[in-house]
Design a protein around this ligand. Structure first.
Ligand SMILES: Cc1ncc(C[n+]2csc(CCOP(=O)(O)OP(=O)(O)O)c2C)c(N)n1
Length: 277
């Protein structure tokens, strides 16, 4: 169980990640705002408490790995890594600009702390599974985490990996589905519904849970349960696309937005005025 103090610390970390992500995107005037905002609490729990990583040694052999399969959420991941000390926060100002080490989608060849290059949706779960199998063969006891989008789960390859890791349990693999109910061009249910995703994954032989993806305690407890399961584990996160960014949250087409500087300034002001609870 998280202590009250730790819970507060993780919530504060989440707020800082959200703020830095908004400033980072604000510098650019456009970007993947919706799907970045929905995974902030997850990133805060992973990097604030759960994952064994060393910012000074990002390739540490026995580290825990994170494959951000929905690689367009790079801005939120970069803000997290910068706050954690993997690189200088100044670098956040270069997001998606020519010659940057922070491309719009995650790239392991550019950014310290990024474990896998992603962006072509549907592939990350297979990569995470491969890494988990490799680690198990090497008798390491680290964990491999992966973050998938709900829209991404429309990709066939996702289900090949779910099938395989159901039949060949990888207890060091924990997959999150960011179920924000929206994809690029609208609501997932209207486009190609994935139905009850938690049950579907369970039917493939996984230990499958569903929690509030903006509640740090629920996320943490679910991860602890997943870590002690003998099966491959999935945690479906009930989230809100654009969460915490006033001009994006609740908007249908908030996947990739162009906005005015004043809009982001105002959204940052709103965020800063919010209480920490
Ligand atoms: C194979 C592939 N097809 C299409 C795209 C374009 N694309 C980028 S993000 C996106 C929507 C993803 O929706 P979801 O997985 O729900 O992500 P989130 O809502 O969390 O941002 C699409 C279609 C892509 N990156 N890769």
């Amino acid at each position: 169980m998280l202590t009250e103090e730790k819970k507060k610390e993780i919530k504060k970390f989440a707020k800082s990640i959200r703020l830095e992500t908004m400033k980072e995107l604000g510098n650019l005037g456009f970007g993947h705002i919706g799907g970045s905002m929905s995974i902030v609490e997850l990133l805060a729990v992973l990097y604030g408490e759960v994952m064994n990583v060393d910012p000074k040694n990002p390739k540490m052999e026995d580290r825990d790995w994170l494959v951000v399969s929905k690689g367009h959420s790079g801005p939120a991941v970069y803000a997290t890594l910068a706050l954690k000390g993997f690189f200088d926060k100044e670098l956040l100002k270069t997001l998606n600009k020519g010659g940057t080490d922070l491309p719009s989608h995650c790239d392991r060849n550019h950014t310290p702390g990024i474990d896998m290059s992603t962006g072509s949706l549907g592939q990350g779960i297979s990569m995470a599974l491969g890494i988990a199998m490799g680690n198990a063969l090497d008798k390491r006891d680290n964990f491999v985490y992966a973050i998938l989008g709900d829209g991404e789960c429309q990709e066939g390859q996702v289900w090949e990996a779910f099938l395989y890791a159901g039949n060949h349990p990888m207890k060091n693999l924990i997959v999150f589905v960011d179920n924000n109910k929206q994809q690029l061009d609208g609501y997932t249910d209207d486009i190609n519904s994935i139905g009850d995703i938690r049950t579907k994954i369970e039917d493939f032989g996984w230990f499958s849970q569903e929690v509030d993806g903006h509640n740090v305690e629920q996320i943490y407890e679910a991860i602890k349960r997943a870590q002690s399961s003998d099966k491959s584990s999935a945690i479906v996160l009930d989230t809100i696309k654009g969460k915490g960014c006033s001009f994006a949250e609740g908007v249908e087409l908030n996947h990739h937005m162009k906005f005015k500087k004043e809009q982001m300034d105002e959204a940052i002001e709103v965020l800063l005025k919010e209480g920490d609870e």
